[in-house]
Design a protein around this ligand. Sequence first.
Ligand SMILES: N[C@@H]1[C@@H](O)[C@H](O)[C@@H](COP(=O)(O)O)O[C@@H]1O
Length: 240
Amino acid sequence: MKVIEVKNAEELSMVAYEKIVDKINSKEEVTLGLATGGSPLGIYELFRINKPNTAHVTTVNLDEYVGLNENDQTSYHSYMKKQLFNHLSFKANYLPNGNTTNLNEACKAYEEIIRKNPVDLQLLGLGENGHIGFNEPGTSFTSSTHIVELTKSTRNANKIYFENEKDVPTYAVTMGIGSILKAKEIVIIAYGLKKAAAVKEMLIGQVSDGCPATALQNHPNVTVVVDEEAYTLCKKMVLQ
Ligand SMILES: N[C@@H]1[C@@H](O)[C@H](O)[C@@H](COP(=O)(O)O)O[C@@H]1O
């Protein structure tokens, strides 16, 4: 894995944004894998400011909560519209459907979408417990799109986006680790001290399903963009 260490979140967004735009400009048809959460917000802001041409770009998102209407302000559908899709025009935008009575069918359908639109570059955030997408510790590295019960730690980290803690959904639909690893290139971003332990485990921990992000050690083309704080425990290891 290639590591790019930057000063802060602002610089991280710029570096990741430029990598994504280089990919967008490199081909006539491009598929981007997109993430939600706090980490990519600066990247989406740069998209809104610079408005690169995305008419030839298809996007597939990593995950969605179960049981939220698409128009619910806390759904990832709403997040993506607000941050990106309402501002630039894309060829197509896909997110998993978490609001259906047949979730298993929805997972299969989403896997088919990924198969038909192989991801050229996947953007990932990193959970404090090392999750990627909503793949919690213990998820198989060969998993495809599936339903997941969110851990306490993940629900806790995401409660800031909801009015009440009890409103945080308990389940989500997520691309599997196997689905994510199919991407030709992966860019994973993390900033802040809260991510330092997960960054260290991802980069130098033993590859194990106890930390889903260690699966990325097996992928041939991963760039990790971290700020000084998120990288701090790794640097300590080098200095010792
Ligand atoms: N499901 C999302 C992930 O897609 C995200 O990448 C990660 C990190 O979130 P954040 O960037 O807010 O720290 O956790 C969330 O639970």
